[in-house]
Design a protein. Sequence first.
Length: 320
Amino acid sequence: MRAKPSDAKLTGLFLDMLAAEQGAGPNTLDAYRRDLTDFSEFLGRVGHTFADAETQTLRDYLADLDTRGFKSTSVARRLSAMRHLYRFLLNERIRGDDPAAILSGPKRGRGLPKVLSIADVDRMLRRAKELSDAEDASTSKRLRALRLYCLLEVLYATGLRVSELVALPRSAAKRDARMIVVRGKGNKERLVPLNEASRQAMADYLSATEAAKTEKKKKDSLAAGKWLFPSFGESGHLTRQHFARDLKELAVASGLQARLVSPHVLRHAFASHLLHNGADLRIVQTLLGHTDISTTQIYTHVVEERLKSLVRDLHPLAEK
């Protein structure tokens, strides 16, 4: 009788499939790996593996997550990982059934995204510009300030995911570029327009890094390599975590609470402010890189408020 493959091997095969067939990126793969490792550890404690666990055992795992205090959103994500895994095992004929098919997840309402006001974003942009223009700053400090200002301008102008933003190539900083090509989830490309402020911020930042490279005459200068925001780390470009930390420091310097500000919150601000000013939901969907319109519909509360405002202010029978 052939031995059953281990959970670790099945996880590896599953992740290889996600990367090869669905174009899943490193962050997505890491999330699946963490979720499935936790699931495997639970199965090991109760004497089961991926290959022989039954529906009731899967229910017991979900109950265990609840006992451990996991939020409903986290439980739903673990359930999604299990469903994808068992669908894969069924398709590959590693299992003859799908024990996750009839499971139901926790009921959860989708919360509204945190959104900064236009005034809040303006305060952060002004403060970032002031820091980048400081004449008494050292070269390295000014470069970091210019980088942060550039990141902020581009993020608010485009609504890019933070992983897309930090991995922008140097070619995106061409002064005459009106659009940039962004490689998003699933390795899909989309065109995103730039405004004048973001183009100028990129040009100023790139000019400063080139000047620093010439001045120091070092090959490992910040201006080296193919990335617009290079780093000496493994990825070769600035990390999401580094940018998030810098952004929170800027928020505090701008008089805002750090907990209210993150790259993702600024992405939400981009979408919400566009919709509030009359942008079409489908256009915002395209700009954000959402494959399904249902993902973008989290912002419909903005559209609804705008419609109510229009009716209240413009309808001839509205109360004045």
